[in-house]
Design a protein. Structure first.
Length: 70
């Protein structure tokens, strides 16, 4: 099991605990939104960790295009 899947399972468990323990609808919704944002951040961060060279290569490609246009 990867660390990403473990973290997503933890977010689901925290969401379920939030749903069952918090009774105020606004507070419950806010907490679930924050947990969802953390989950999205974890998924998006995974790409940066797995493929760090792609981002650098695309930045270097843009820089070489700017130099060539000058």
């Amino acid at each position: 099991m990867s660390r990403l899947s473990i973290s997503l399972v933890c977010y689901v468990v925290l969401g379920a605990l939030t749903w069952t323990t918090i009774t105020d609808p606004k507070l419950r919704a806010g907490t679930l939104v924050i947990l969802g944002l953390f989950a999205v951040k974890s998924v998006l961060r995974r790409k940066d960790v797995l493929h760090p060279d792609e981002e650098k290569a695309s930045e270097q490609g843009k820089a070489s295009v700017k130099v060539a246009e000058s």
